[in-house]
Structure formats: structure tokens, C-alpha cells
Write a protein that binds this ligand. Structure first.
Ligand SMILES: Nc1nc(=O)c2c([nH]1)NC[C@@H]1CN(c3ccc(C(=O)N[C@@H](CCC(=O)O)C(=O)O)cc3)CN21
Ligand SMILES: CC(C)C(=O)C(=O)O
Ligand SMILES: [Mg+2]
Length: 271
């Protein structure tokens, strides 16, 4: 920084910054983002990671699941979010069936990065070959384990995963495998807090939780849930931050503060 500058120039966060936060024990904050106006507020509040989630299929498009979301939708929203961002790291979801083969995954990831402006792509499940292939091509990958919304028709309902000892062991083993395959981040969704804690301790990469307890390296929520504007019943692990805030910016700032202070998630938001 020049001694003559009067304003600090915002710098876009990198994977190295997030890795460093894990090492320093600083909690990482993340929320979903789908449009320019919310992106500006999230960025201003200092949210570390903006996730362009395929949850947009439910909260923006009004579908009953994330299955109808396609690459065109993801590209459109990723472009919008990356356009105005000043400091946050951007992850984009690979939607349903866009990573059916390693080559397809890499080609779609390339679109989200080259045309969309994403810094990392996320895919659901322990798709080891797809992760390895993308990493070989230089693509930064975030894995996603636990509750996999793109498998809702196999699961039947959105509910906590890894409650049985053998299921927990499988999720832990998969977490180790995705890290070994080269994933640089992991999101764990709707799993017992004790399992998420074990995973966060064992892995070197940042582990971000949603409905996974306070011991993860960071937290993510669907923005519309914490602003209390999403359709239908809110997941138990979410919290309405509008209750304690006079504006949307304040609500986001309050979430950021509570994640950093480990006040969120509390017991009532955990399994
Ligand atoms: N608005 C929204 N928020 C989300 O967190 C979210 C989405 N959409 N869409 C994709 C998935 C689906 N998710 C969900 C949705 C609902 C529950 C839920 O209601 N779970 C119940 C437990 C149900 C049970 O165990 O029987 C809960 O009480 O939290 C969990 C995850 C998480 N993701
Ligand atoms: C809930 C998060 C992890 C997600 O994948 C999404 O918003 O699509
Ligand atoms: Mg998603």
C-alpha cells in the first residue's frame, strides 16, 4: 500500500487466504449469492465466500428441488455475482448431471471459471475421478458431502446424514478421499456436529458446514433463509437474522460477527 493512498484498495480473496484462515483458527464466513444487489451488500459486510448455489432453483426460480437447474442458469448467475464483487471469493455449483463424466465436469467447470468468473467450482458427492481430472487441468475444486440435494429423489427427504456409525465412517472416509484427490475445500451439509468436528480436524483443507455444528472451519447458509424470505419451511439449522436487525446489511453483518465469534450455529441449529 502506497503511503500516499487515502483509501484502501479492496483485494479479492484467494484460496491461500482461506487456507491461512483455517491455520490461524479464524472462522470463514459464507452465504449464497445470486444477484448484483445482494452481492454488493454481502461484499460490503466482508463475507469471505459467495456461493452461487444451485439452491437458486428453489429460492429464485421457484422449483421444488435443485434438479431442474442447468449450466445456462449457473453461468448467468455466476456472471452477475462476479461482475460487482470487490473482495469475496466466488464458488459456483456444478448443477445436476453436469459432472456425469470427468471430461464433462472439467468442461463445465471451465465455463463457470472462464465465462462466469468463478474462482472455484463445487460438485456434490465423492466423485474422485472427476475431482482428480479437474485438478489435473488446474481447476480449483470444492467437494460437497453429507446431504446431497441433487440426490433428493434417491433420498426421499432432506434430512440429517451420517447418524448411523457406518454412514458416519463412510462420510469421513470420503472426506479424506476428496482431499487426497486434490479438492481444496469441502462443504459438509446436515451431518452430526461431532462428525463434522472430526472431519475438520483430520483434513488440512477448509471444511465449511451447513447444519454441521460450530466446529467446522467456516459456515454457509442460503441467504434467503437467514433473511427470512425463502419459500416454505426453513431448515432447522438456519437462523432468522432479520429479527435482531434493522436492515438487510445489518442482518448480514450480524451473521458474519456471530460466525466469527462461534455464536452461530448454536445447539438448536445443530444435529
Ligand atoms: N432455502 C433453502 N435452504 C437450504 O438450506 C437448501 C435449499 N433451499 N435447497 C437445497 C438444499 C435443501 N436443504 C434442506 C432443506 C430442508 C431441510 C429440512 O427441513 N430438514 C429438516 C429435518 C427433516 C428431518 O430430519 O426429517 C429440519 O428440521 O431441518 C434440510 C436441508 C438445504 N438446501
Ligand atoms: C446449501 C449450499 C451448500 C449449496 O450447495 C447451495 O446453496 O446450492
Ligand atoms: Mg448446491
Amino acid at each position: 500500500m502506497s503511503q500516499y493512498s487515502t483509501v484502501s484498495r479492496a483485494k479479492i480473496k484467494t484460496i491461500a487466504d482461506l487456507q491461512q484462515m483455517k491455520q490461524a483458527g479464524q472462522k470463514i464466513t459464507s452465504l449464497t449469492a445470486y444477484d448484483a444487489s445482494f452481492t454488493a451488500l454481502l461484499d460490503q459486510a466482508g463475507v469471505d465466500i459467495l456461493l452461487v448455489g444451485d439452491s437458486l432453483g428453489m429460492v429464485v426460480q421457484g422449483h421444488a428441488s435443485t434438479l431442474p437447474v442447468n449450466m445456462q442458469d449457473m453461468l448467468y448467475h455466476t456472471q452477475i455475482v462476479s461482475r460487482g464483487r470487490q473482495q469475496a471469493f466466488i464458488i459456483a455449483d456444478l448443477p445436476f448431471m453436469s459432472s456425469a463424466t470427468p471430461l464433462q465436469a472439467a468442461e463445465n467447470a471451465a465455463l463457470l471459471i472462464q465465462q462466469g468468473g468463478a474462482q472455484m467450482v463445487k460438485l456434490e458427492g465423492a466423485k474422485i475421478e472427476a475431482i482428480e481430472f479437474m485438478v489435473q487441468q488446474g481447476i480449483p475444486v470444492c467437494a460437497h458431502l453429507g446431504l446431497l440435494p441433487q440426490s433428493i429423489y434417491q433420498l426421499g427427504k432432506y434430512t440429517v446424514q451420517g447418524k448411523l456409525e457406518k454412514d458416519a465412517a463412510k462420510i469421513l472416509a470420503d472426506a479424506v478421499k476428496v482431499e487426497q484427490a486434490g479438492a481444496q475445500m469441502l462443504i459438509v451439509e446436515c451431518i452430526p456436529a461431532s462428525l463434522a468436528e472430526q472431519i475438520s480436524e483430520q483434513l488440512l483443507i477448509p471444511v465449511i458446514g451447513i447444519g454441521a455444528g460450530v466446529h467446522c472451519d467456516g459456515q454457509v447458509l442460503v441467504l434467503y433463509d437467514m433473511l427470512d424470505i425463502s419459500l416454505g419451511r426453513k431448515p432447522r439449522f438456519s437462523k432468522n437474522y432479520m429479527q435482531q436487525s434493522g436492515s438487510i446489511l445489518e442482518a448480514i453483518q450480524s451473521y458474519v460477527a456471530e460466525v466469527r465469534e462461534q455464536k452461530f450455529p448454536a445447539q438448536e441449529h445443530s444435529f
